[in-house]
Design a protein. Structure first.
Length: 265
């Protein structure tokens, strides 16, 4: 079980000036990964501080809250920590951090139910759900483009979700869709919606048959949509080992492959 993000990586608060300087520089760089942030705290360990002159630090921890990626993808909390890292001493003297080689960090991410639903309104998502002309849909619309809209996700226990949506067939009233599925991780970068089940009792009798068929098509679309490579941050590639629904939050644990340190401009 996850235990939450804050406090998992306890670093000493007894930092010297070298650590404080590097932590400040790192915070500025990491903030540039996000469109906005409530807080970004970075702590760098280096004992003894003379290691800095050799281009070595013992580790780095970042904890961010209220983060927004690409303007439309809220992250409740994100935390990552590294082991020993080799850095360019000359860059430190210029007030920069440059990695001498790529490094990995243990990563924890928390998304809220509200944040997930906000993300379903993002253009990057809606363009994959609207004005679709695939034959599996246009057979119900007389050849007109079809759109899935008003997507709302409810997080359930045991990694399950309930998803509500409407399908606009171009004429008549939108068709309501209600389904449950189980979230899973595929190849450490894709989120899949497995074991999808149509929930007929929540759909009017008059459209139940067509709603069930549209649910199957929507499930296929969703399973081809959530790929972390589409959300890469500057120099940082995220990979997921496992996920878990916990109340109204969806938690991920995995690692971040850091190719270079985020630029500050």
């Amino acid at each position: 079980m996850f235990t939450g993000i804050t406090g998992i990586f306890p670093f000493s608060s007894n930092t010297d000036m070298g650590e404080q300087l590097l932590s400040s520089v790192a915070s500025q760089g990491i903030r540039h990964l996000f469109s906005s942030s409530e807080s970004v705290d970075v702590s760098i360990r280096c004992k003894p501080s003379s290691k800095l002159l050799q281009g070595r630090i013992d580790g780095l921890q970042m904890t961010g809250r209220g983060l927004v990626i690409r303007k439309d993808f809220p992250v409740e909390e994100m935390s990552f920590t590294t082991d020993a890292v080799a850095i360019d001493v000359a860059a430190v003297l210029r007030g920069e951090i440059r990695l001498l080689q790529p490094t990995q960090a243990v990563a924890l991410i928390s998304l809220s139910e509200g944040g997930i639903n906000h993300a379903f309104k993002a253009q990057l998502v809606t363009k994959r759900l609207e004005n679709l002309s695939v034959p599996a849909l246009t057979e119900f619309s007389g050849g007109k483009p079809v759109s899935f809209q008003d997507v709302q996700v409810e997080l359930l226990a045991n990694n399950k979700i309930r998803l509500f949506a409407t399908c606009n067939l171009g004429a008549g009233e939108p068709v309501p869709i209600v389904m449950t599925s189980t979230l899973a991780v595929e190849r450490r970068r894709r989120i899949t919606f497995s074991q999808a089940q149509f929930e007929p009792e929540l759909v009017p009798d008059s459209v139940r048959d067509i709603s069930e068929k549209l649910t199957g098509v929507l499930d296929e679309i969703l399973n081809d949509m959530v790929d972390l490579d589409r959300f890469d941050l500057d120099g940082v590639k995220l990979r997921i080992n496992r996920l878990e629904t916990q109340g109204k939050n969806l938690l991920f644990s995995g690692y971040a492959q850091i190719e270079h340190f985020p630029r500050t401009s």
